[in-house]
Ligand binder design. Structure first.
Ligand SMILES: [Fe+2]
Length: 244
């Protein structure tokens, strides 16, 4: 009886995610892995956690990380061939994490976009100040036929009224990718609190590792076993496996 109660409290049937949708594994292209050796360490961690596929997402920012489909594709090829040489079977694809800055709208109208399964456009904004044009940029993403997927909505400190502001984003057609490590407090107590808010209100669509470093890869292991993590599956329909 005790185990029955415990099973209900911790919400069993937590599936293995299988697909990760957010990480920085391509070496020396952004603030993620610095060398191919680091990339391989991170990939090994992901494979050991049960992931069968990673869709890695280098930053594209107009002033800091001027990546393009060309730089990302080139890095992806190196990463894939080194992974195979090192006996890793995990599948590796790439998209990008777009920063909503002044350079974003020209990119969207003029160039090929690095999206997840040709469908979801992963984007982030400043952590501290909300970009003036956020809604206009979301409309532009939708009008190009993509689904805007907001990276780590729990981490934006400019969100002061989560109920109203997250609802507004959802009304606009934005989907949410929450970082797994936020549930363990890796990004501080506010991000953890917001991740739990998003979880308990059924607002999460995708979960991401957002792995840049070995420390982040290592901490995933504990969070994936935690009650905060297991609870997600009680309230949310997580779509990662649809990308396999
Ligand atoms: Fe990221």
């Amino acid at each position: 009886m005790f185990s029955f109660l415990r099973r209900n409290r911790t919400y069993i049937d937590v599936p293995v995610l299988e697909v990760d949708v957010h990480s920085h594994l391509i070496p020396a292209i952004d603030d993620g892995a610095k060398t191919i050796e680091e990339s391989l360490v991170l990939l090994k961690h992901m494979q050991a956690l049960g992931y069968r596929k990673v869709i890695t997402t280098p930053h594209i920012m107009s002033d800091t990380y001027k990546n393009s489909p060309k730089t990302i594709q080139k890095g992806l090829e190196v990463l894939r061939s080194e992974a195979i040489k090192n006996g890793l079977s995990i599948q590796i694809d790439a998209a990008a994490e777009y920063y909503l800055d002044d350079g974003f709208l020209p990119l969207l109208s003029e160039s090929e976009m690095m999206t997840i399964n040709s469908k979801y456009l992963l984007f982030e904004t400043s952590y501290v100040s909300k970009p003036m044009q956020t809604e206009a940029m979301i409309f532009a993403i939708l009008s190009e036929g993509y689904i805007p997927l907001m990276a780590h909505p729990e981490r934006y400190r400019y969100i002061k009224d989560p109920e109203r502001e997250y609802s507004r984003l959802k009304e606009l057609g934005v989907m949410f990718q929450v970082n797994i490590n936020s549930f363990g407090g890796h990004y501080g107590t506010l991000a953890q609190k917001r991740a739990l808010f998003l979880s308990r209100n059924g607002l999460i669509d995708f979960l991401g590792s957002d792995v840049h470093t070995r420390k982040q890869a290592e901490s995933l292991q504990n969070v994936l076993k935690s009650d905060n993590y297991k609870e997600i599956y009680r309230y949310n329909t997580i779509l990662n496996h649809t990308l396999l």
